[in-house]
Design a protein around this ligand. Structure first.
Ligand SMILES: [Zn+2]
Length: 75
């Protein structure tokens, strides 16, 4: 996978995704991604983007101020 920002090689890894919904902060840990070795740009595959959207939607319903979710354990 090549970095969309600088074109350098991006390696497979894991990251923590943070979504700020204003009244709620959703933190998803252990998100599989590709990370650029040059500029640290994080790239998600389409599947991961979809799953992250689902996780954020579910967290929204919980109405917690801070939701910390493990990607691997999320449905
Ligand atoms: Zn890059």
């Amino acid at each position: 996978m090549l970095c969309m920002k600088c074109g350098a090689n991006a390696d497979k890894g894991y990251t923590t995704d943070v979504t700020d919904l204003g009244n709620c902060l959703v933190i998803v840990r252990n998100v599989p991604c590709y990370k650029c070795a040059e500029c640290n740009e994080v790239i998600y595959t389409a599947d991961v983007v979809k799953k992250l959207e689902n996780i954020v939607q579910q967290a929204k319903k919980l109405m917690q101020e801070i939701a910390i979710i493990d990607y691997e354990k999320a449905a």
